[in-house]
Ligand binder design. Structure first.
Ligand code: HEC
Length: 189
């Protein structure tokens, strides 16, 4: 009897998912498509890809790569104009600021991006998070879920949980330029 009941419950919840399209926190179809559109626009703006403009490489800290370079600007996508922060993560044998500056493509391991989407995730400063591989395809987490969206909202680890501790309340470590007046519970001043 118990078994039958839970079977019905499972059936009901998956119907709900199909009918009402309850969005998962990240890795759902909408987020994956959005991240693909974002990559295409970033290529067009020379922010990623073979013609990307480079900033000076610097030494990073975990969990991002040994050497990093970060660019920070605004970008319009599907009518949303928001801040975008693009961090390229470099690693591999012989990696250094000089070798990366000389041949960035050789050492590029990942491209991690924060893009502000109005109304997307008000509790977390509306950031859309993505981890791309160097070719623009999406990286996946240990469960095979694609890393695009509100990563990993409500969980103890992941982009949101860690960036939440950044000073200024804007979830950005590097500066407080996007500091807002909104009151985020638990965020440092
Ligand atoms: C355990 C902590 C931690 C996690 C998890 C983490 N980051 Fe970061 N991130 C940092 C720190 C610290 C910095 C600043 C220092 C640096 O440049 O490495 C940073 C910097 C960044 C920046 C540059 C803007 C800034 O905050 O200075 C971006 C973009 C970024 N991370 C994206 C991501 C994405 C996307 C994820 C998830 C896929 C992620 N991060 C997961 C700690 C984390």
């Amino acid at each position: 009897m118990t078994l039958i009941t839970s079977a019905i419950l499972i059936g009901t919840s998956s119907n709900l998912l199909a009918d009402e399209e309850i969005a998962p926190a990240f890795g759902g179809l909408d987020d994956v498509v959005y991240s693909e559109n974002l990559w295409t626009e970033m290529v067009t703006q020379h922010l990623v890809g073979p013609d990307a403009l480079l900033s000076t490489p610097y030494e990073g800290q975990p969990p991002h790569g040994a050497i990093l370079d970060t660019v920070d600007t605004r970008l319009t996508l599907r009518g949303n104009e928001g801040e975008v922060i693009i961090k390229r993560n470099y690693d591999g044998e012989g990696v250094s600021k000089l070798t990366v500056a000389n041949d960035p493509t050789k050492y590029l391991k990942a491209v991690t991006v924060m893009y502000r989407r109005a109304g997307y995730d008000p509790e977390n400063q509306d950031w859309f998070w993505v981890k791309y591989k160097p070719d623009g395809s999406l990286d996946v987490d240990s469960n095979g879920v694609e890393l695009a969206g509100r990563i990993a909202k409500g969980m103890a680890e992941g982009c949101i949980a860690c960036h939440r501790t950044a000073p200024g309340g804007d979830y950005v470590f590097n500066h407080d330029r996007y500091k807002t007046t909104s009151n985020i519970p638990g965020a440092p001043d």
